[in-house]
Design a protein around this ligand. Structure first.
Ligand SMILES: NC(=O)C1=CN([C@@H]2O[C@H](COP(=O)(O)OP(=O)(O)OC[C@H]3O[C@@H](n4cnc5c(N)ncnc54)[C@H](OP(=O)(O)O)[C@@H]3O)[C@@H](O)[C@H]2O)C=CC1
Ligand SMILES: O=C(O)C1=N[C@H](C(=O)O)C[C@H](O)C1
Length: 270
């Protein structure tokens, strides 16, 4: 009997979708059982291998997630908020592990993911790499150690195609910095300064987003104090770091009870 966990990839034509297919293929204990794209996408109905410009691999690109989910035990979802909330309901019905990398979700979308997590395992993170999740822990500790004399700024840069800002990672880092200080990010975030801003508010956590070229993802957390600056930095050079994290989460989730989990749970970071 085949013991490999059957995994579905939604949004397979996307920058991350293609990486996720490779990450499933290289992972021990996992196999690709189906892929989807948005209805009307030119890849729908084609063999995935041929759509990718290679030889056929016997996996057809589909546009009915429910049919694909029926064959799966986990789904990897790096698509768009409207698609991800729809997938969450279907994945919960099918009791699949839903690994959500999609960023730019609104509060109403968060509530729908929370509802789905009452019935199924949902692993959600704005960044699935080991390095960023370690940086999140470091940020919380440094923010707690330094206190309010050090101004915190989170600066991120991504490729020109990214549609949401600040990045999911920047929000994770901002939340960690706020948690280190015992406050909520929503109460102290200073996003998108422009014009006559006045001096910096004490205790603010600044967030700035740069967009351009093919930058995979770069994040700095700057602690600017009297006479010195500490800068914690993560530079992603290959999207496979996110894809491998997602597959790891899908396999880890097979043994968990329904609920909403983060990558720090998967990675055992506490
Ligand atoms: N958590 C993490 O570690 C990471 C998260 N991300 C996040 O992942 C998301 C995707 O990023 P990226 O791959 O660069 O974006 P892309 O736009 O390249 O990929 C998204 C894909 O999803 C497809 N899609 C949209 N709606 C549906 C649907 N209903 N069913 C199936 N497929 C659909 C899109 O098709 P179409 O283009 O035709 O609309 C597209 O092919 C973003 O939110 C990004 O921030 C990215 C990297 C790492
Ligand atoms: O859209 C991207 O590309 C990325 N999105 C995630 C984010 O919003 O932080 C993760 C990574 O930085 C790449």
């Amino acid at each position: 009997m085949n013991q490999e966990v059957p995994i579905a990839v939604v949004g397979v034509a996307g920058r991350m979708g293609r990486m996720l297919v490779d990450a499933v293929a290289e992972a021990e204990g996992a196999r690709l059982c189906g892929v989807t794209e948005r209805p009307g996408h030119p890849w729908v109905g084609r063999d995935l291998g041929e759509a990718l410009g290679g030889a056929p691999i016997g996996v057809k690109v589909e546009d009915e997630p429910l049919e694909v989910f029926a064959r799966a035990r986990a789904v990897l979802d790096f698509t768009a908020p409207v698609a991800t909330v729809a997938h969450a309901e279907l994945a919960a019905q099918a009791r699949l592990v839903h690994v959500v990398g999609t960023t730019g979700m609104a509060a109403a979308d968060d509530a729908r993911l929370d509802a789905a997590a009452r019935h199924a395992v949902v692993v959600r993170a704005g960044n699935m790499s080991l390095g960023v999740n370690l940086l999140v822990e470091l940020t919380r500790k440094v923010a707690a150690a330094l206190g309010p004399d050090y101004d915190i700024e989170v600066v991120e840069m991504h490729h020109r195609h990214k549609v949401d800002a600040p990045s999911g990672t920047a929000l994770m880092l901002g939340e960690a910095a706020a948690a280190g200080r015992g406050v909520e990010l929503g109460q102290v975030a200073d996003r998108g300064r422009d014009g006559q801003t006045g001096p910096r508010a004490k205790g603010a956590i600044g967030m700035a987003a740069l967009r351009g070229g093919d930058v995979v993802g770069e994040h700095d957390v700057v602690f600017a104090g009297p006479g010195e600056r500490i800068i914690l930095r993560h530079v992603a050079t290959d999207r496979m770091i996110f894809a491998r994290g997602a597959v790891r989460a899908a396999l880890w989730g097979q043994e968990q009870k329904p609920g909403l989990y983060a990558m720090r749970d998967v990675l055992g970071l506490g």
